[in-house]
Design a protein around this ligand. Structure first.
Ligand code: OAD
Length: 230
């Protein structure tokens, strides 16, 4: 069975109404990364960090997957599909994808500040400031902050190296190491990029097709084509 790796970023969820990070109206236009998305920020101003992710969670709970998420899930009926996402939302799961690696963590989970392996699901949107893990430490959002290592990256590179095709949806390819994933595709493996903007494809050496469309339009079309000519 043809192995497809689908590598997604904030753009795949943009058509569900969630903000991207680096577009003109993106999250990083309204917040400074160093205020809300670093381990130092969590130490310095815990309430602000917790509030930032509470807001993201509230938005997530009021939205739903869009046709791009569903098209990616549909591919599983015909191909051996692995999703690698930089997104912390759960929209791929809700659309029905079953094999998903979250490189940057998951919004609907919290973890112990002391032990990275104590990870718990959160019900609803609100992390209370004094919520504690079973080891007694404070809970923090289960998010990979800037400056922290990306524990799932190794597993993702192995999967990318075995793929027969890569589909990249809605990522600026500006954040490392995640963006390096495109370099792990074997030589000659086709890479499709679905993005209405101009992601940094300069390090892609494989045969590249850039579908300049919104995810909710471009992804279902691409999925249909791939299914037809399989
Ligand atoms: P960015 O905000 O950097 O890039 C979003 C990409 O989505 C851009 O290439 C846009 O052109 C594209 N885009 C916008 N609207 C779209 C649509 N409707 N359909 C398809 N694509 C669309 O987001 P990421 O690349 O995901 O990390 O950012 C990577 C990481 O930076 C995130 O995981 C996050 C952020 O800081 C952490 O928070 C650790």
């Amino acid at each position: 069975m043809t192995k497809i790796v689908v590598f997604t970023g904030a753009g795949v969820s943009a058509d569900s109404g969630l903000s991207t990070f680096r577009d003109a109206d993106g999250l990083w236009a309204n917040y400074r990364i160093e205020d809300v998305c670093t381990p130092e920020a969590l130490k310095r101003n815990r309430p602000l960090v917790v509030e930032f992710y509470n807001k993201r969670r509230k938005e997530l709970l009021s939205t739903k997957p869009n046709p791009a998420h569903y098209a990616i899930a549909e591919l599983e009926k015909y191909f051996d599909v692995q999703v690698v996402t930089q997104n912390v939302d759960d929209l791929h799961e809700r659309a029905g994808s079953t094999r998903i690696i979250h490189l940057h963590g998951e919004l609907m989970k919290l973890r112990s500040e002391r032990n990275d392996n104590i990870i718990v699901p959160i019900e609803g949107w609100e992390q209370l400031l004094d919520a504690r893990a079973e080891d007694g430490a404070l809970l923090r959002p289960h998010i990979v902050f800037f400056g922290e290592s990306v524990p799932m990256f190794d597993a993702a590179t192995k999967i990318a190296a075995e793929a027969d095709m890569m589909i990249v949806v809605g990522t600026s390819l500006a954040v490392y190491p995640a963006a390096m994933l495109v370099r792990y595709a074997k030589p000659g493996v086709p890479i499709y990029v679905v993005d209405p903007g101009n992601p940094d494809t300069s390090m892609i050496r494989n045969p590249l097709t850039h579908i300049k469309a919104r995810a909710a339009e471009g992804m279902p079309q691409l999925a249909e084509e791939l299914i037809e000519k399989r």
